[in-house]
Design a protein around this ligand. Structure first.
Ligand SMILES: Cc1cc2nc3c(=O)[nH]c(=O)nc-3n(C[C@H](O)[C@H](O)[C@H](O)COP(=O)(O)O)c2cc1C
Length: 350
C-alpha cells in the first residue's frame, strides 16, 4: 500500500505520516523508528535540566544517522521565551553542512511557537546552496498566521488545531475548520495537518481536505519505541477524549491532561495577559521542572501535554504497526468514499 502525496514526494518518504516534535523531551529513538517504518521521524527541541540544547541536538542527529539511512527532521522552537533559539538557528545549519550523512538525510526543519525568520541567516542559506534537500515548515495555528507565513518564504505549513496536545494559539480553532480555511485562502501551499490525528479515518479526512500528510504526537507517545515514561503511555491508553483541557503553558495556552494539579490552574486569555504575568524567570523554570517531573513518571504532580486524540488510542503498539494500520485503514476509507460516489447516478451529481 502506498499513498503518494506532494509531501511524501517532497520529503522522500513512503507514508504520509510524521511524528510531531515533543520538546522539551527526547524523541530520538522515536524518530529512528518512525523514519525506519516509512514515515518521517522528527527530533524535538530538548531542554531537559543539566543538558546543553545544541549538544543534545547534535548528539541526537548523529544517533539517528547511525541507526537509519532514511530521511528525518528536527524542530526549533523560536519563541520569545526560548533563550537558545538564535544559537540553534545559527549553529545547526553549519553542523548539518559539515556532516555529509546528516546533510543527506536531514530533509525537514519545523520551526514553531515564534517567528520562522530566525532561521533565515547566512548559515541556513549556505546549507541550502550546498545542495541540501532540507525543507522549512512552520506551525500555523490560525489563518492569520498562515497567510503571514506564506509571504515569509517557507516551503510549507503545519496546520495545528486546538484539539492537539501541547501549546496552542489564543484563537481556539479546530483542525477541521483551520484546514478548510487555509485550503480555501492558500490553495497551493503544501500542508501537513496536525492535532487530533491517530487513525486511518483521520488520515483519510486530512488527505481529502488537501493536506499531504499528518503529524501525530499523542499517538506516537503510546508506541513501544517512544522514550517517554511508561506512566505517560498508560495515561494515553486509559484516558478519554474529554480528559484534557487548556491551561496556561510557558508560551501561552497549552492542552494538558486534566489532573488534581490542573484543577486550580488558570487559563490565560490573551497575549497581553500572558506577557503581564511573566514576572520572573523562576516561573518558566518551575514550569520546565513540572514537565520534567512528568517525563520521569510523576504524571500526577507534573505537567502532562496531551491532545484530545487520546480518546482514540487504546493500546501501546510498535511504530511500524501504528503506521501500517493507519495507512491500511485510510486507504480503505478513501476507497469506500470513492465507491460511494461511483454508485451515485451521474444525473444526480450534475
Ligand atoms: C508532550 C508534547 C510536547 C510537545 N512539544 C512541542 C514542541 O516542543 N514543539 C512543537 O512545535 N510542538 C510541540 N507539541 C505539539 C505537537 O508537535 C503536535 O502539534 C501535537 O502533539 C498534535 O496533537 P496530537 O497530540 O493530537 O497528535 C507537543 C505535544 C506534546 C503532546
Amino acid at each position: 500500500m502506498v499513498i503518494e502525496t506532494n509531501i511524501t514526494k517532497m520529503l522522500g518518504i513512503k507514508h504520509p505520516i510524521l511524528s510531531a516534535p515533543m520538546g522539551p523531551f527526547y524523541t530520538t529513538k522515536l524518530t529512528v523508528a518512525v523514519s525506519e517504518a516509512g514515515g518521517l521521524g522528527v527530533l524535538s527541541h530538548v531542554t531537559i535540566h543539566g543538558t546543553i540544547t545544541i549538544d543534545e541536538m547534535k548528539k541526537s542527529m548523529a544517533y539517528v544517522v547511525e541507526h537509519t539511512d532514511k530521511p528525518f527532521g528536527f524542530n526549533i522552537r523560536t519563541a520569545r521565551l526560548q533563550p537558545d533559539a538564535i544559537k540553534l538557528c545559527r549553529q545547526l545549519p553549519r553542523f548539518i553542512l559539515e556532516n555529509p550523512k546528516i546533510k543527506e538525510q536531514c530533509v525537514y526543519l519545523i520551526t514553531s511557537a515564534g517567528s520562522p525568520r530566525l532561521i533565515y541567516n547566512k548559515h541556513f542559506e549556505k546549507l541550502k546552496e550546498s545542495g541540501s534537500n532540507i525543507k522549512h515548515f512552520h506551525v500555523a495555528p490560525s489563518l492569520y498566521l498562515a497567510e503571514k507565513l506564506v509571504n515569509s518564504g517557507i516551503d510549507g505549513l503545519v496546520i495545528t488545531g486546538v484539539e492537539g496536545g501541547g501549546h496552542q494559539s489564543y484563537e481556539n480553532i479546530s483542525t477541521l475548520i483551520l484546514l478548510q480555511q487555509v485550503r480555501k485562502k492558500l490553495p497551493n501551499i503544501p500542508i501537513i495537518a496536525s492535532g487530533g490525528y491517530a487513525t486511518g479515518e483521520g488520515l483519510a479526512s486530512a488527505l481529502s481536505m488537501g493536506a499531504g500528510a499528518i503529524a501525530m504526537g499523542s499517538r506516537f507517545i503510546s508506541s513501544k519505541e517512544c522514550e517517554f515514561h511508561e506512566n505517560y503511555k498508560k495515561l494515553v491508553v486509559n484516558s478519554s477524549a474529554s480528559d484534557t483541557e487548556l491551561k496556561t503553558g510557558i508560551f501561552g495556552p497549552a492542552r494538558v491532561w486534566k489532573s488534581k494539579k490542573t484543577e486550580n490552574e488558570h487559563l490565560v486569555a490573551s497575549k497581553q495577559e500572558k506577557k503581564a504575568g511573566e514576572t520572573s524567570i523562576s516561573k518558566v523554570e518551575k514550569e520546565l521542572a513540572e514537565l520534567e517531573m512528568t517525563y520521569k513518571g510523576n504524571v500526577e504532580e507534573g505537567t502532562v501535554y496531551l491532545g484530545q486524540s487520546i480518546g482514540l488510542i487504546d493500546s501501546v503498539e510498535s511504530v511500524s504497526d501504528i503506521i501500517n494500520t493507519i495507512v491500511f485503514d485510510a486507504e480503505k476509507c478513501l476507497k469506500t468514499a470513492y465507491n460511494a460516489i461511483k454508485k451515485i447516478p451521474v444525473s444526480q451529481i450534475l
